[in-house]
Design a protein around this ligand. Structure first.
Ligand SMILES: [Zn+2]
Length: 180
């Protein structure tokens, strides 16, 4: 995928999450998108480091341990990779939808090796994987909440820097179960 497209998607996701937070008093926010029958099938991109693989598995397992109504298994719909891009994001999810709907067709998830502060920390990177998989389900970012969907990994009232979250929280789970 071209960098320009990744940046564009990033901006769109930013706008969606802003609207979501503004309109909702809940501690979760939904994008309105969903997977048919709640079936999420994922695999690694072909060329991906052992570290990224390990973190994807650990992060996804945190969701599997929770009581969620979405089903996670292996397949080709969600492709998990890594990039080395000098930009502000440490994780990114780029969805494609079925024509004329918000039903997911496929998604690409990326971890950004260039963000060393996150990449070099097991806890932070795992929190990013869990966060990005929240987007995979159809959750939007929340701001400054003590939830895995808090869009900030670092800084004031951040998901990992402040709250050290490495597992989905009650509101994150409620959000997923609202969709499926
Ligand atoms: Zn996010």
């Amino acid at each position: 995928m071209k960098i320009s497209k990744v940046v564009m998607v990033s901006m769109i996701v930013g706008i969606i999450s802003f609207c979501g937070v503004a309109n909702s008093a809940k501690a979760y926010s939904l994008t309105g998108a969903w997977w048919n029958k709640g079936k999420i099938e994922w695999r690694y991109e072909n060329y991906i480091s052992y570290r990224a693989k390990q973190m994807y598995v650990e992060g996804i397992n945190e969701w599997k341990k929770k009581s969620i109504d979405a089903k996670i298994s292996s397949g080709n719909k969600v492709v998990c990779g890594e990039r080395n891009i000098n930009d502000t994001w440490d994780g990114l999810t780029c969805p494609e939808y079925k024509t004329g709907s918000l039903e997911f067709k496929s998604q690409n998830v990326f971890l950004n090796k260039c963000k060393k502060q996150t990449w070099s920390s097991d806890g932070a990177l795992k929190s990013v994987v869990i966060h990005e998989f929240g987007h995979v389900f159809g959750l939007a970012d929340t701001s400054k909440t003590k939830n895995i969907m808090n869009g900030s990994t670092w800084g004031t009232k951040s998901r990992y820097g402040t709250y050290k979250l490495t597992t989905p929280q009650k509101d994150d789970i409620s959000g997923v179960n609202k969709i499926y």
